[in-house]
Design a protein around this ligand. Structure first.
Ligand SMILES: [Zn+2]
Length: 327
């Protein structure tokens, strides 16, 4: 049977392909929706009253500025003055510079979305607004409290990321980093209560224990040299475990391009160059490293991939940074 489809996807002419005849994917049928239980009606009334009592949350829109992928936070409504008040209030400051710095830092914590119209990455307004509301909910009374609130936000975001990774990989080490992050958040909450003159919710006890490990090793000593009457058996044993002496390079080394570096003798080095490099391992050619991801022979759960390890390392650095700042 002959397949007339072009094998190279780049050869496909969109005008020749009848996209419209492709069957539309059917929408999954929803289960029958039950009417709301009557029990919820009085509750909903009260919840609505509670919601209306909550202060209006400050919001921002990110407006492109210039054409360098630069953005600035603007009011989501037309009363700029009230909006500015709300934002300053959220950070407990009257300094516009402080607000600008905090907003930039929050933006850096939040993700970005690809915008197909502008063909550029835009800061995630949803995340940024949630971040701003988080700070606002703490109601910092001054810049120092706002800074603590911003750190709590960073720890919270990291906790969520590391926890998701821990749950997906089932890795104990990742889970322990997540637990540390969660404890740090609780400690920050305590710090906040303290600076506000309230009692700490819990007392923390940190016990540092030094443990001594004793290792015992068994060695097999072979008396080969220095014996008055050498016993041939140990020598035979040594020969059997020693790799055979050989001047032959492995075939892959022999086939590799030669190192172009100049050796101290004045001639070029001529050792086998590292994959993709023009110099050998002794002349600055870094190993290209093991295969990444599932191609790696030891890949199991993904808990030890570069990304997972970097996430844990980043979380630990964040924890260290927070610990340094703690009183
Ligand atoms: Zn070399």
């Amino acid at each position: 049977m002959q397949d007339e489809r072009p094998t190279n996807l780049g050869d496909i002419d969109p005008a020749q392909v009848d996209v419209a005849t492709d069957p539309k994917p059917k929408r999954a049928r929803r289960r029958k929706v039950q009417p709301m239980p009557a029990l919820l009606e009085p509750w909903a009334e009260k919840a609505k009253a509670r919601m209306e009592k909550r202060p209006a949350s400050p919001g921002v829109m990110m407006e492109p500025r210039g054409d360098l992928g630069d953005f600035r936070a603007v009011a989501p409504h037309d009363n700029h003055e009230v909006w500015s008040l709300q934002i300053h209030d959220a950070f407990g400051t009257r300094s516009p510079s402080t607000v600008a710095v905090f907003m930039e830092q929050l933006r850096a914590l939040c993700g970005q979305n690809w915008n197909d119209q502008t063909k550029a990455w835009h800061p995630s307004e949803v995340e940024l607004n949630a971040a701003l509301n988080f700070i606002n909910s703490i109601q910092p009374r001054n810049e120092a409290e706002a800074a603590l609130a911003a750190q709590m936000l960073a720890v919270h975001f990291m906790t969520m990321r590391v926890s998701a990774s821990a749950l997906n990989t089932g890795d104990a080490r990742t889970a322990s980093v997540a637990a540390k992050l969660a404890r740090t958040y609780a400690a920050q909450m305590d710090t906040l209560q303290q600076v506000r003159g309230k009692r700490r919710s819990t007392r923390q006890h940190i016990t540092v224990k030094h443990e001594k490990h004793i290792h015992s090793h068994q060695h097999q000593h072979i008396a080969a040299w220095g014996c008055a009457t050498p016993d041939p058996a140990p020598l035979q044993f040594l020969e059997s475990i020693m790799p055979p002496q050989s001047n032959n390079e492995p075939a892959s080394f022999a086939a590799a391009p030669r190192c172009q570096a100049k050796a101290r003798s004045g001639k070029s080095c001529r050792s086998a160059a590292v994959n993709g490099k023009r110099v050998c391992r002794m002349h600055g050619g870094m190993s290209p490293g093991a295969p990444k991801g599932e191609a790696n022979g030891r890949w199991r759960t993904g808990a030890w991939t570069l990304e997972a390890r970097k996430l844990r390392a980043d979380a630990m650095r964040l924890l260290d940074a927070v610990a340094e700042l703690a009183p």
